[in-house]
Design a binder for this molecule. Sequence first.
Ligand code: NDP
Length: 364
Amino acid sequence: MSYKRREFLTSTAALAATPLLASLAGTASAEAPGRKLGVALVGLGSLATNQIAPALQKTRNCRLAGIVTGTPSKAEEWKKKYGLADKSVYDYKTMSRMADNKDIDIVYVVTPNALHLEHALAAAAAGKHVFCEKPMEISVERCQQMVDAVKKAGKMLGVGYRCQFEPNHLECVRLAKEKVLGDVKIIDANFGFAMGDPTQWRLKRDLAGGGSLMDVGIYCLQTARMLTGEDPIWINAAEVKTDAVKFKEVDETVMWQMKFPSGVVSNSVCTYNANGLAGFRAATSRSWFGLEPAYFYGGNRGRRGDGPEINMPPTDQFAVELEDFADCIINKKPTRVSGEMGMADVKFLTAIYESIKKGRPVTI
Ligand code: NDP
């Protein structure tokens, strides 16, 4: 992840809009009765190191129980830092041995997009629940394979949509659902950052599956789906490339519109070439509401057109999503961030690429 992006995403803040979120905000490190579920992280990159591992320490029902890494120096570092035993440290070829490790309940896949399937399959084969970072995979077919494998193993699959647990987003969903400011009519959602290191996997098609759309455009798609509670039925998209060398293999900037069954229209731009684009606004029949910024790890806030600020108390989105996933496993409840949801998003992202390629709208 580029310096700019990390800086962007790492300020502070958010809030607790459900009982689960409220309990986490207040008692982040409190012990829950019973055993905490063990989580093994696969891929010790930027997100796992800077966000997920620290977040795990704050959950009441999870703990770091293992790591999978291809970098021996990271294994040593993490063993010391988190007090992990040798038996809890794996590389990508030895993941099957997790089957013998009863301390690991959940495998959290945090590798490049096109490796998610391979690592999720290994986890499912070892009899573990799977939590997979977004985008779930790079094609619908690969998402389906993941869904099928986890189902066959009798385990739960979740996708890392942290905004589904972000209290400011949840407040906006409430405003939309309860029509507090009238019906939502038009949604404008945008996200981007200026890509740094030109050698990273995010710019390689075989590992990323796509560029800014797969990486950050997916947040805009999620916003539109969350606020409408609907799936798009029509998509029109175009791509703009200003640096054909850096973005030779993946999209740099994508702009697209979607129509929803209720008549809501959304408009989005995502990019890898500019900072300062990270918000959404919903125009309603009587007013508007929105968040700016909307997609950071903390510090998200917004306003309603009738006056009040939207600025919920801070929480850690990664801790909340993990607590919720563990809670779903413990209480045998479906997760709100299912594999089916992740697969549907990949279907819509694919339709956006199809529209770009065909140079015309596509219906779904
Ligand atoms: P990084 O590049 O920082 O880390 C990826 C890690 O994956 C590497 O450090 C490496 O860990 C492992 N890896 C295994 N094979 C490869 C390979 N061939 N090339 C590169 N790395 C490899 O990426 P991020 O942590 O930023 O992203 C990981 C995933 O998380 C992506 O799917 C991304 O979309 C998602 N993400 C989600 C965010 C969110 O807010 N929900 C934010 C940022 C990312 P090791 O050395 O241990 O093997």
